[in-house]
Design a binder for this molecule. Structure first.
Ligand code: NOJ
Length: 746
């Protein structure tokens, strides 16, 4: 008996210790540890063959017939897209059997989940709650790590200013402050969960002309520094160990060969010590970009610019050794890249990572704790855009509820990548979730309306119309799915794909109140629906717990608090329509007349502004006070307001602080979000809320990339969207300098 007990204790201890090891956070080590790592790298590099060095710079993706002997031979130092535990164990074993036993980087796009799915990152941004985004990344990393993955190609921290760009669903939308906050939170979460993060895509991927994926970006230096670079900086400051270069060219230079960005700025000015990986096959694409004649030249240019790892381009693996032997690539360049790769591996503790046991690897997936985190995240990601009072649905009035839309019952919510074979639980249908919450007084019935969740063909139109006639209220779940969003899915028409608009018209024509729940990857143009729906609810595919969370919002079990992370255009022709634009010399007036900066056929304002989202309660802002402590760029500005929940329900509100500098040496944006806080208030409760901004965050970059904070007057606006109208101001004094010079504070 005692022996048995001991064995059980040993097994439990082993499980606990391997679980604890699996969650060892990834972080930069300092002091003596960092120095010891460098010495270890010195010794290793001294003992490596040229082929083994090149192997560390090669990233190979899973394929049928993958040859594990390549890993054993040291020719493959990094792999990606392995998730099957049996294959993963074989990969890890092969690395252990290699001559130098250097651990592999094992990468995956674990963007918003692996087995338990969270809302798309754009939806996570809509929570305006960085704690939830951090938690999502933490659980995503834990599940990834349980499968043996130690490196993720996330977070994407590119700015999403153009809703035509399908990729923006992976980022935090149009605002740089929100993007910074989310970039840092997600980075922290991934690395706390034991997976090295990758800030991507460096830099300007979101600035592609016309919103077309992979397209050229022309970005003035000032804007590069004010807008596109800060989220990378935020991710690196939060400890990100790696960076991925972007596919496109920026100001004429392909990012994959952009020495100015990768070496001078990232490694030089920013002192980034981690690794840079190319995007998928982007090194040989330098030939198509027209800056390399052949693969060897592409390899030389990418390495010289600062790309350490070639993701699936195979040009380092094919050509680097020969290039070194021919004297065209200096060995020191190869070794510097190898050092950075090894540094990441050792700082991240990949050499201490236990091999997975294929029999138990999946035990850690879909834990209740992960699902709870996904539910919390999904709830707060839901944005209530319009409500004529029908929501929340009450069982007494909503006796017969028709749920329409194949998406309401799709097996899964849309996921960014779908690693084949990772177990996932079936997701409760929206109709079932509503029935559960409304109880037996209501009868919830379902019609798909379209033949598949791609929404390309109507299904049983007559039955839908008949069901609509029999309903008290219609809940339609429609949106973008299939090939309509994500990488390579830029669009020029921001409509509901396929026949979904026709389906919606049938529903509206029934005369019954229609609650439209959207699941999209971007803001769509919804102008034609304004005023014709009973309620409009926006989600950005809310993940494994999304439909349950939507049902909670529709029935009032949860009071919505999501806010738009992007402006919703009235028409595609308005794009770009971001809120933090510059003023013009001929601003729009109330009369709206010719020779003002307006469209003659459309308003200037978006349909829904940035930062907007309704609640079932009513919040009021009052008594704004501004306090400035100190002077110059070290000053700290505290803005206080009284937030009152004037309604009858408890709820959360996002207090948003916008700042404008009305006169400066250059034209400054009409307003910019500088701080926000999500506050929970009980019905009738009032609270004083203080948001703090550092004066150094009020500056801008000049054409040389230098940072300037100009003293003078600033306006502040506080409220619950970019239209915030509670106004105050303050003066930022110049810090007295010995020279007594006036002017900008650099
Ligand atoms: C291409 C994407 O741009 C990148 O973000 C991703 O990590 C790789 N494919 C690998 O899937």
């Amino acid at each position: 008996m005692r022996i048995l007990l001991n064995i059980v204790c040993l097994i439990v201890a082993a499980l606990v210790s391997s679980a604890a090891r699996a969650q060892e956070p990834v972080r930069w080590r300092g002091g003596a540890q960092a120095a010891a790592i460098e010495r270890r790298i010195d010794r290793l590099i001294a003992s490596m063959t040229l082929e083994e060095k090149v192997g560390q710079l090669h990233l190979y993706g899973r394929r049928e017939g993958f040859d594990y002997a390549e890993i054993r031979a040291g020719r493959v130092g990094n792999v990606m897209n392995f998730v099957d535990p049996v294959e993963m164990a074989a990969v890890q074993k092969a690395a252990r059997e290699s001559r130098l036993k250097i651990p592999l980087l094992i990468g995956l796009d674990a963007v918003h989940g692996v087995s338990t799915y969270f809302p798309l990152p754009l939806g996570q941004a809509a929570t305006f709650n960085p704690g939830l985004a951090e938690e999502a990344a933490l659980w995503t990393a834990r599940e990834a790590r349980a499968l043996g993955i130690n490196w993720t190609f996330a977070p994407m921290v590119d700015m999403g200013r153009d809703p035509r760009w399908g990729r923006l669903l992976e980022g935090a939308g149009e605002d740089v402050h929100l993007s910074n906050v989310m970039a840092a939170a997600r980075t922290r979460g991934y690395q706390a969960g034991g997976v090295a993060a990758t800030a991507k895509h460096f830099v300007g991927y979101g600035g592609g002309e016309g919103g077309r994926d992979y397209n050229t970006a022309w970005i003035p230096v000032e804007q590069l520094h004010d807008l596109h670079l800060p989220p990378f900086r935020a991710s690196l400051d939060a400890g990100s160990l790696s960076v991925m270069a972007s596919f496109n060219s920026v100001n004429g230079v392909p990012a994959t060969a952009h020495k100015g960005m990768l070496s001078d700025l990232l490694r030089g000015s920013w002192r980034f010590r981690g690794l840079v990986v190319s995007d998928f096959g982007s090194i040989p694409e330098l030939i198509k970009h027209g800056i390399a004649r052949d693969e060897p030249e592409a390899a030389r240019k990418a390495l010289a610019a600062g790309i350490d790892i070639d993701m699936m381009g195979f040009v380092y693996a094919r050509h680097l050794a020969a290039e070194v032997r021919a004297g065209r690539v200096p060995m020191v360049q190869v070794e510097a890249a190898v050092r950075r790769v090894l540094r990441v591996k050792f700082h991240a503790g990949m050499d201490r990572m236990a091999d997975i046991d294929p029999k138990t690897a999946e035990v850690a997936l879909q834990s209740q704790a992960a699902r709870d985190a996904a539910r919390r995240n999904a709830r707060e990601s839901i944005i209530l855009l319009d409500n004529n009072g029908i929501l929340p649905l009450r069982a007494a009035q909503a006796k017969r509820v028709l749920v329409v839309g194949a998406l309401a019952r799709a097996d899964q919510e849309r996921v960014w990548t779908d690693p084949a074979g990772v177990p996932r639980r079936p997701i409760e249908g929206l109709d079932a979730a509503l029935q559960r919450l409304l109880g037996p007084v209501s009868d919830v019935f379902f019609q798909p309306g379209v033949t598949s969740y791609c929404g390309l063909e109507l299904a049983q139109r007559a039955a839908v119309i008949e069901a609509a006639a029999a309903a008290d209220v219609i809940v339609a779940k429609l949106g973008e799915d299939c090939e309509f969003m994500g990488e390579g899915a830029s669009r020029t028409r921001l409509t509901l794909p396929g026949v979904q608009d026709a389906l919606l018209e049938d529903l509206i024509a029934s005369g019954k109140p229609v609650v439209l729940v959207l699941a999209t990857g971007r803001p769509l143009v919804l102008t034609h629906l304004k005023g014709r729906l009973a309620a409009l609810v926006q989600t950005f595919h809310a993940g494994s717990e999304g439909r349950a969370a939507i049902a909670e919002v529709l029935t009032g079990a949860f009071n919505p608090s999501g806010k738009t992370p992007m402006s919703f255009p009235r028409s595609v022709g308005q794009i770009p329509v971001y809120y933090d634009h510059l003023p013009t010399g001929r601003p729009e007036t109330r009369i709206r007349q010719r020779y003002e900066s307006i469209y003659i056929d459309e308003a200037n304002q978006p349909l829904y502004p940035f930062g907007f989202g309704l609640s079932y309660t009513d919040f009021g802002f009052s008594d704004l006070a501004v306090d400035v402590a100190g002077a110059g760029r070290e000053a700290v500005i505290s803005v206080s307001v009284t937030l009152a929940n004037r309604g009858a329900r408890d709820g959360q509100e996002v207090v948003q602080l916008y700042v404008r500098q009305p006169q400066a040496s250059i034209s400054r944006p009409v307003r910019q979000l500088k701080a926000f806080d999500k506050i929970m208030l009980k019905a009738g409760e009032t609270r004083r809320v203080t948001l703090v901004v550092k004066a150094s965050d009020l500056g801008y970059h000049d054409a040389q990339g230098g940072h300037v904070v100009e003293p003078g007057r600033f306006d502040v606006f506080v409220g619950n969207s970019a239209l915030a109208d509670l106004k105050g101001d303050f003066v930022l004094a110049r810090r007295p300098s010995r020279a007594g010079q006036a002017g900008a504070l650099r």
